[in-house]
Design a protein around this ligand. Structure first.
Ligand code: ADE
Ligand code: ZN
Length: 331
């Protein structure tokens, strides 16, 4: 039986860096990364804030555009090997600049690696430029301005989003950034309702965001759940990230099934795969377990939701949906 094709909307490219590669680049650069990687080759962190610090340290070893091209090529190719036909990555120009890499050279390099992966494997990829909440309002506005300018030259850039600590500042700090990027035709998404309650999700929606990163705490507010379902706001759920970071105490406490039953469009995503010992295929399997029901139909639904909400032109969306339908019909 043909496997159901997969699609991913939510993965931070710096968070997808394999620890072995980070160790190798740190060695090349003469950087000390003591305390970042354990003796089993896994990242070391203890809670969400500590994870954000580990993420920053891992990102700091990428000091050349070609490092990023190699990373996006290997990530997109590995997704294709898992059966994915579509991938969106979050790209943080702030992290690139902190490593001394020009932001446009960074985005061009990511796009070049993704194009090579498309040529070699067929996987189609897009870039969502991101601001980082705990880097402050000025950095968010700078990231948005870079995204809008770079998108004029780099066709793979189709979205803008916000990640980082949800308790840093308020989402209104990002109002101008979202207005600028939305006005330039970029798709908008925002991490919200991962750690904080339904109000952050309402705030994000009030800024024109049409997809929510995580969004699981919407489940605490039935009125908001009904609004998400009615407006078809897609949640980029990252179940293993939620469990490993302890945003939910255990799989039994994950609200995915309640949200699904209420009609909210859900997708499955890996977030920062090596940090959480996961992969897109594992997150899809976890989501299938959380939602129950028929395995194949659930997988097809998750991929269809991702393609429906993907930040792509309508011709590309039709092409991707055609690939999904063909795979389902020929199995
Ligand atoms: N950046 C990388 N991973 C993140 C997450 N899970 N939440 C917020 N910001 C992030
Ligand atoms: Zn994320």
């Amino acid at each position: 039986m043909t496997a159901v094709p997969l699609a991913e909307l939510h993965c931070h490219i710096e968070g997808a860096a394999p620890p072995d590669l980070v160790r190798e680049l740190a060695h090349r650069n003469g950087q000390d990364i003591t305390g970042l990687i354990d003796e089993h080759g896994g990242y070391i962190w203890s809670d969400f804030d500590d994870f954000l610090g580990a993420y920053d340290r891992a990102a700091s070893v990428f000091t050349r555009p070609e490092d990023y091209a190699a990373l996006s090529y290997s990530y997109a190719s590995s997704l294709a090997t898992e059966g994915a036909i579509y991938s969106e990555i979050f790209a943080s120009t702030d992290h690139a600049q902190r490593g001394g890499v020009d932001p446009v050279a960074y985005l061009s390099a990511l796009a070049e690696g993704m194009q090579r992966a498309e040529r070699d494997t067929g996987i189609i990829s897009r870039i969502i430029c991101t601001g980082v909440r705990h880097f402050g309002a000025e950095a968010i506005n700078r990231a948005a301005a870079i995204a809008v300018d770079a998108a004029k030259e780099i066709q793979a850039i189709t979205g803008f989003g916000l990640g980082g600590s949800e308790v840093a500042g308020t989402l209104h700090d990002a109002a101008d950034a979202f207005a600028l990027c939305g006005g330039a035709g970029l798709g908008l998404t925002c991490h919200a309702g991962e750690w904080t309650g339904p109000q952050t999700i309402r705030d994000a929606l009030s800024l024109g965001v049409r997809r929510i990163g995580h969004g699981i705490r919407a489940a605490d507010d039935p009125t908001l759940v009904a609004e998400l379902a009615a407006k078809k706001i897609t949640l980029e759920v990252c179940p293993l990230s939620n469990i490993v970071l302890r945003a939910v105490p255990s799989p039994a406490d994950h609200p995915a099934k309640a949200l699904y039953d209420a009609g909210v469009p859900l997708t499955a995503n890996s977030d920062d795969p090596p940090h959480f010992h996961t992969s897109l295929a594992r997150d899809v399997a976890m989501m299938v377990e959380l939602l129950g029901g028929d395995d194949r139909a659930t997988r097809a639904m998750l991929t269809r939701n991702a393609l429906a909400a993907a930040f792509v032109d309508e011709q590309t969306r039709a092409q991707l949906l055609g690939k999904l339908d063909l795979a389902l019909a020929t199995s």
